[in-house]
Design a protein around this ligand. Structure first.
Ligand code: AVJ
Length: 320
Protein backbone atom coordinates (compact mmCIF):
# COMPACT_ATOMS: atom_id res chain seq x y z
CA UNK A 1 0.00 0.00 0.00
CA UNK A 2 1.27 3.44 -0.93
CA UNK A 3 0.93 4.74 2.63
CA UNK A 4 3.44 2.20 3.84
CA UNK A 5 6.18 3.54 1.71
CA UNK A 6 8.05 5.80 4.03
CA UNK A 7 8.27 8.83 1.77
CA UNK A 8 4.49 8.90 1.35
CA UNK A 9 3.64 9.26 4.99
CA UNK A 10 1.98 12.50 6.03
CA UNK A 11 4.55 14.89 7.48
CA UNK A 12 3.35 14.59 11.10
CA UNK A 13 3.71 10.80 11.02
CA UNK A 14 7.15 11.02 9.48
CA UNK A 15 8.43 13.16 12.34
CA UNK A 16 6.65 10.94 14.89
CA UNK A 17 8.38 7.90 13.40
CA UNK A 18 11.76 9.70 13.27
CA UNK A 19 11.48 10.71 16.93
CA UNK A 20 10.47 7.19 17.97
CA UNK A 21 13.34 5.59 16.03
CA UNK A 22 15.86 8.08 17.46
CA UNK A 23 14.60 7.65 21.04
CA UNK A 24 14.45 3.86 20.96
CA UNK A 25 17.95 3.71 19.48
CA UNK A 26 19.58 5.86 22.23
CA UNK A 27 21.64 4.17 25.01
CA UNK A 28 19.03 5.26 27.60
CA UNK A 29 15.98 4.72 25.47
CA UNK A 30 13.41 7.51 25.64
CA UNK A 31 10.24 8.83 24.00
CA UNK A 32 9.27 12.54 23.91
CA UNK A 33 6.28 13.12 26.23
CA UNK A 34 4.38 15.16 23.63
CA UNK A 35 3.44 11.84 21.96
CA UNK A 36 1.28 10.85 24.94
CA UNK A 37 -1.51 13.07 23.63
CA UNK A 38 -3.35 11.28 20.85
CA UNK A 39 -7.13 10.96 21.29
CA UNK A 40 -6.89 8.08 23.79
CA UNK A 41 -3.98 9.72 25.63
CA UNK A 42 -5.78 13.07 25.93
CA UNK A 43 -8.82 11.30 27.39
CA UNK A 44 -6.59 9.46 29.88
CA UNK A 45 -4.89 12.73 30.82
CA UNK A 46 -8.30 14.33 31.46
CA UNK A 47 -9.03 11.40 33.85
CA UNK A 48 -5.65 11.91 35.57
CA UNK A 49 -6.64 15.52 36.25
CA UNK A 50 -9.65 14.27 38.24
CA UNK A 51 -7.78 11.64 40.30
CA UNK A 52 -7.73 12.19 44.07
CA UNK A 53 -3.92 11.79 44.13
CA UNK A 54 -3.26 14.21 41.24
CA UNK A 55 -3.41 17.49 43.16
CA UNK A 56 -1.85 19.66 40.41
CA UNK A 57 -4.95 20.52 38.37
CA UNK A 58 -7.14 21.26 41.39
CA UNK A 59 -4.44 23.32 43.10
CA UNK A 60 -3.87 25.44 40.00
CA UNK A 61 -7.59 25.95 39.48
CA UNK A 62 -7.97 26.93 43.15
CA UNK A 63 -5.14 29.47 43.01
CA UNK A 64 -6.49 30.89 39.74
CA UNK A 65 -9.92 31.42 41.35
CA UNK A 66 -8.38 32.78 44.53
CA UNK A 67 -6.18 35.38 42.80
CA UNK A 68 -8.11 35.93 39.57
CA UNK A 69 -8.46 39.71 39.91
CA UNK A 70 -4.73 40.22 40.54
CA UNK A 71 -3.77 37.79 37.78
CA UNK A 72 -6.04 39.58 35.29
CA UNK A 73 -4.66 42.96 36.34
CA UNK A 74 -1.14 41.64 35.78
CA UNK A 75 -2.04 40.41 32.27
CA UNK A 76 -3.78 43.68 31.48
CA UNK A 77 -7.26 44.10 30.02
CA UNK A 78 -7.42 43.88 26.24
CA UNK A 79 -4.07 42.12 25.78
CA UNK A 80 -3.50 39.38 23.22
CA UNK A 81 -3.50 36.14 25.19
CA UNK A 82 -1.29 33.37 23.79
CA UNK A 83 -1.80 29.99 25.44
CA UNK A 84 0.40 26.92 24.99
CA UNK A 85 -1.21 23.48 25.40
CA UNK A 86 -4.73 24.76 25.87
CA UNK A 87 -6.21 21.32 26.69
CA UNK A 88 -9.61 21.34 28.41
CA UNK A 89 -9.42 25.03 29.12
CA UNK A 90 -11.32 25.53 32.38
CA UNK A 91 -8.67 27.95 33.67
CA UNK A 92 -8.48 29.64 30.27
CA UNK A 93 -12.18 30.43 30.46
CA UNK A 94 -11.77 32.02 33.88
CA UNK A 95 -8.88 34.09 32.60
CA UNK A 96 -10.63 35.12 29.38
CA UNK A 97 -13.69 36.24 31.33
CA UNK A 98 -11.51 38.35 33.64
CA UNK A 99 -9.04 39.72 31.05
CA UNK A 100 -11.37 40.26 28.07
CA UNK A 101 -8.43 39.83 25.65
CA UNK A 102 -8.39 41.55 22.25
CA UNK A 103 -7.50 38.13 20.80
CA UNK A 104 -6.93 34.64 22.11
CA UNK A 105 -4.26 32.48 20.42
CA UNK A 106 -4.45 28.86 21.63
CA UNK A 107 -1.52 26.65 20.59
CA UNK A 108 -1.83 22.87 20.76
CA UNK A 109 -0.20 19.79 19.20
CA UNK A 110 -3.58 18.13 18.75
CA UNK A 111 -5.79 19.46 15.95
CA UNK A 112 -8.81 17.79 17.60
CA UNK A 113 -8.18 19.42 20.98
CA UNK A 114 -7.65 22.76 19.26
CA UNK A 115 -10.89 22.54 17.22
CA UNK A 116 -12.94 21.39 20.20
CA UNK A 117 -11.73 24.15 22.52
CA UNK A 118 -12.06 26.85 19.83
CA UNK A 119 -15.66 25.76 19.18
CA UNK A 120 -16.51 25.76 22.89
CA UNK A 121 -14.96 29.19 23.45
CA UNK A 122 -16.63 30.68 20.37
CA UNK A 123 -19.98 29.62 21.79
CA UNK A 124 -19.24 31.05 25.20
CA UNK A 125 -17.52 34.26 24.01
CA UNK A 126 -19.16 35.13 20.67
CA UNK A 127 -17.20 38.38 20.30
CA UNK A 128 -13.77 36.94 21.15
CA UNK A 129 -11.27 36.74 18.27
CA UNK A 130 -9.85 33.22 18.40
CA UNK A 131 -6.77 32.42 16.30
CA UNK A 132 -5.77 28.77 16.88
CA UNK A 133 -2.26 27.60 15.98
CA UNK A 134 -1.25 23.96 15.52
CA UNK A 135 2.19 23.40 16.98
CA UNK A 136 4.24 22.98 20.13
CA UNK A 137 6.59 25.02 22.27
CA UNK A 138 9.79 23.23 21.25
CA UNK A 139 10.57 25.77 18.53
CA UNK A 140 9.55 29.34 17.71
CA UNK A 141 6.26 29.58 15.83
CA UNK A 142 4.92 32.27 13.62
CA UNK A 143 2.03 33.64 15.69
CA UNK A 144 -0.97 35.63 14.43
CA UNK A 145 -0.51 38.55 16.81
CA UNK A 146 -0.69 42.26 16.12
CA UNK A 147 2.18 44.61 16.84
CA UNK A 148 1.17 47.50 19.02
CA UNK A 149 -1.07 45.44 21.32
CA UNK A 150 0.59 43.90 24.37
CA UNK A 151 0.92 40.10 24.24
CA UNK A 152 0.88 37.80 27.24
CA UNK A 153 2.01 34.17 27.06
CA UNK A 154 -0.02 31.85 29.30
CA UNK A 155 1.72 28.52 29.98
CA UNK A 156 -0.31 26.76 32.66
CA UNK A 157 -0.48 23.19 33.96
CA UNK A 158 3.21 22.75 34.85
CA UNK A 159 3.86 21.77 31.26
CA UNK A 160 7.16 23.62 31.69
CA UNK A 161 8.06 20.77 34.09
CA UNK A 162 8.47 18.47 31.07
CA UNK A 163 11.52 20.51 30.05
CA UNK A 164 14.95 20.22 31.62
CA UNK A 165 16.05 23.32 33.50
CA UNK A 166 18.19 24.39 30.53
CA UNK A 167 15.33 23.80 28.07
CA UNK A 168 12.98 25.76 30.34
CA UNK A 169 15.50 28.61 30.32
CA UNK A 170 15.57 28.48 26.50
CA UNK A 171 11.77 28.49 26.33
CA UNK A 172 11.49 31.50 28.66
CA UNK A 173 14.16 33.40 26.74
CA UNK A 174 12.39 32.61 23.43
CA UNK A 175 9.03 33.76 24.86
CA UNK A 176 10.58 37.05 25.90
CA UNK A 177 10.89 37.75 22.18
CA UNK A 178 7.13 37.19 21.72
CA UNK A 179 5.64 38.77 24.82
CA UNK A 180 6.90 41.11 27.55
CA UNK A 181 4.69 39.31 30.08
CA UNK A 182 4.16 35.66 30.90
CA UNK A 183 1.97 33.65 33.25
CA UNK A 184 3.63 30.31 34.01
CA UNK A 185 2.15 27.48 36.10
CA UNK A 186 4.80 25.59 38.09
CA UNK A 187 4.48 22.55 40.35
CA UNK A 188 6.36 23.00 43.62
CA UNK A 189 8.79 20.74 45.49
CA UNK A 190 7.03 18.90 48.30
CA UNK A 191 6.96 15.68 50.34
CA UNK A 192 8.20 13.01 47.90
CA UNK A 193 5.43 10.69 49.14
CA UNK A 194 2.81 13.15 47.85
CA UNK A 195 4.64 13.40 44.52
CA UNK A 196 5.00 9.64 44.31
CA UNK A 197 1.28 9.08 44.87
CA UNK A 198 0.36 11.64 42.19
CA UNK A 199 2.23 9.62 39.55
CA UNK A 200 1.32 6.16 40.91
CA UNK A 201 -2.43 6.45 41.37
CA UNK A 202 -4.31 3.53 42.86
CA UNK A 203 -6.64 3.21 39.85
CA UNK A 204 -3.82 2.73 37.37
CA UNK A 205 -4.88 5.62 35.13
CA UNK A 206 -1.33 7.02 35.01
CA UNK A 207 -0.03 3.54 34.15
CA UNK A 208 -2.55 3.32 31.28
CA UNK A 209 -1.55 6.83 30.13
CA UNK A 210 2.13 5.84 30.09
CA UNK A 211 1.52 2.51 28.31
CA UNK A 212 -0.72 4.19 25.74
CA UNK A 213 2.33 5.68 24.03
CA UNK A 214 3.42 2.14 23.06
CA UNK A 215 -0.12 1.33 21.90
CA UNK A 216 -0.03 4.50 19.80
CA UNK A 217 3.30 3.49 18.23
CA UNK A 218 1.72 0.14 17.33
CA UNK A 219 -1.46 1.76 15.97
CA UNK A 220 0.05 4.58 13.97
CA UNK A 221 3.46 3.24 12.99
CA UNK A 222 2.74 -0.50 12.85
CA UNK A 223 5.24 -1.55 15.55
CA UNK A 224 4.73 -4.78 17.51
CA UNK A 225 5.16 -3.83 21.17
CA UNK A 226 3.55 -6.49 23.40
CA UNK A 227 1.92 -4.27 26.04
CA UNK A 228 1.73 -7.14 28.54
CA UNK A 229 5.54 -7.15 28.62
CA UNK A 230 5.85 -3.56 29.85
CA UNK A 231 5.14 -1.94 33.23
CA UNK A 232 4.63 1.67 34.32
CA UNK A 233 7.40 2.84 36.68
CA UNK A 234 7.43 6.37 38.14
CA UNK A 235 9.60 7.71 40.97
CA UNK A 236 10.87 10.99 42.40
CA UNK A 237 14.55 11.65 41.69
CA UNK A 238 15.52 14.06 44.48
CA UNK A 239 18.98 14.92 43.11
CA UNK A 240 17.46 16.04 39.80
CA UNK A 241 14.30 17.48 41.44
CA UNK A 242 11.97 15.64 39.13
CA UNK A 243 9.50 12.80 38.77
CA UNK A 244 10.70 10.36 36.14
CA UNK A 245 8.30 8.09 34.29
CA UNK A 246 9.63 4.99 32.61
CA UNK A 247 8.29 1.85 30.97
CA UNK A 248 10.13 -1.26 32.18
CA UNK A 249 10.61 -4.36 30.04
CA UNK A 250 9.39 -7.31 32.13
CA UNK A 251 11.33 -9.80 29.98
CA UNK A 252 14.02 -9.77 27.33
CA UNK A 253 12.27 -9.10 24.03
CA UNK A 254 12.54 -7.86 20.48
CA UNK A 255 10.44 -5.09 18.94
CA UNK A 256 10.05 -4.34 15.26
CA UNK A 257 9.04 -1.10 13.55
CA UNK A 258 9.30 -1.23 9.75
CA UNK A 259 12.89 -2.12 8.98
CA UNK A 260 14.04 -1.30 12.54
CA UNK A 261 14.62 -3.98 15.20
CA UNK A 262 15.41 -3.40 18.86
CA UNK A 263 16.48 -5.88 21.48
CA UNK A 264 15.45 -5.04 25.06
CA UNK A 265 16.99 -6.68 28.11
CA UNK A 266 14.79 -7.69 31.05
CA UNK A 267 14.52 -4.69 33.37
CA UNK A 268 15.64 -2.21 30.75
CA UNK A 269 13.58 1.00 30.61
CA UNK A 270 12.25 3.52 28.14
CA UNK A 271 12.28 6.95 29.80
CA UNK A 272 8.97 8.56 28.82
CA UNK A 273 8.71 11.76 30.88
CA UNK A 274 10.39 14.14 33.31
CA UNK A 275 8.22 16.32 35.50
CA UNK A 276 10.40 18.92 37.23
CA UNK A 277 9.36 20.40 40.58
CA UNK A 278 10.72 23.81 41.60
CA UNK A 279 11.14 25.68 44.86
CA UNK A 280 9.60 29.18 44.86
CA UNK A 281 13.08 30.75 44.77
CA UNK A 282 14.43 28.22 42.30
CA UNK A 283 11.93 29.13 39.61
CA UNK A 284 12.27 32.87 40.30
CA UNK A 285 16.03 32.52 39.78
CA UNK A 286 15.55 30.65 36.53
CA UNK A 287 13.15 33.34 35.29
CA UNK A 288 15.63 36.09 36.24
CA UNK A 289 18.36 34.29 34.32
CA UNK A 290 16.07 34.25 31.27
CA UNK A 291 15.56 38.03 31.48
CA UNK A 292 12.37 38.26 33.57
CA UNK A 293 12.67 40.39 36.70
CA UNK A 294 10.97 40.48 40.10
CA UNK A 295 8.22 37.97 39.45
CA UNK A 296 4.77 38.05 40.98
CA UNK A 297 3.83 34.66 42.40
CA UNK A 298 0.45 33.32 43.42
CA UNK A 299 -0.12 29.97 45.17
CA UNK A 300 -2.99 27.88 46.44
CA UNK A 301 -3.67 27.87 50.19
CA UNK A 302 -1.75 24.64 50.70
CA UNK A 303 1.32 25.85 48.79
CA UNK A 304 1.27 22.94 46.36
CA UNK A 305 1.38 24.85 43.08
CA UNK A 306 2.44 28.32 41.89
CA UNK A 307 1.52 30.68 39.09
CA UNK A 308 4.27 33.17 38.19
CA UNK A 309 3.65 36.54 36.63
CA UNK A 310 6.86 37.35 34.75
CA UNK A 311 7.76 40.73 33.22
CA UNK A 312 10.72 41.15 30.89
CA UNK A 313 13.50 43.42 32.04
CA UNK A 314 13.56 46.59 29.97
CA UNK A 315 16.08 45.92 27.20
CA UNK A 316 18.65 48.39 28.60
CA UNK A 317 18.71 46.80 32.04
CA UNK A 318 18.96 43.25 30.73
CA UNK A 319 22.09 41.45 31.78
CA UNK A 320 22.27 38.77 29.10
C1 AVJ B 1 0.84 17.71 31.73
C2 AVJ B 1 3.20 17.53 31.91
C3 AVJ B 1 1.97 18.67 33.60
O1 AVJ B 1 3.93 16.22 34.39
O2 AVJ B 1 2.27 16.12 35.75
C4 AVJ B 1 0.53 13.51 34.44
C5 AVJ B 1 1.69 15.01 32.68
N1 AVJ B 1 2.30 12.73 33.51
N2 AVJ B 1 0.78 12.30 34.95
C6 AVJ B 1 2.72 16.19 34.62
C7 AVJ B 1 1.50 13.79 33.53
C8 AVJ B 1 1.84 11.82 34.38
C9 AVJ B 1 1.73 16.27 33.46
N3 AVJ B 1 1.93 17.52 32.67
Amino acid sequence: MARERRGDRPLELRTFQDDVVAGLSAPQRFLPPKYFYDGAGSRLFARICRLPEYYLTRAELALTRRHLAAIARFAGRGCQLIEYGSGEGIKSRLLIRAVRPAAYVPIDISQDALDASARRLAREFPRLKIRPVLGDFSRPLHLPVRRGTASVVYFPGSTIGNLTVEEAHGFLAMSRGIAARMLVGVDLTKDPAVLHAAYNDSRGVTAAFNLNVLARINRELGADFDLRQWRHYAFYNPAAGRIEMHLVALQAQRVRLGSHRWQFRAGETIHTENSYKYSLDGFAELAARAGFAAPRVWTDRRGLFALYGLSAWPAAARRT
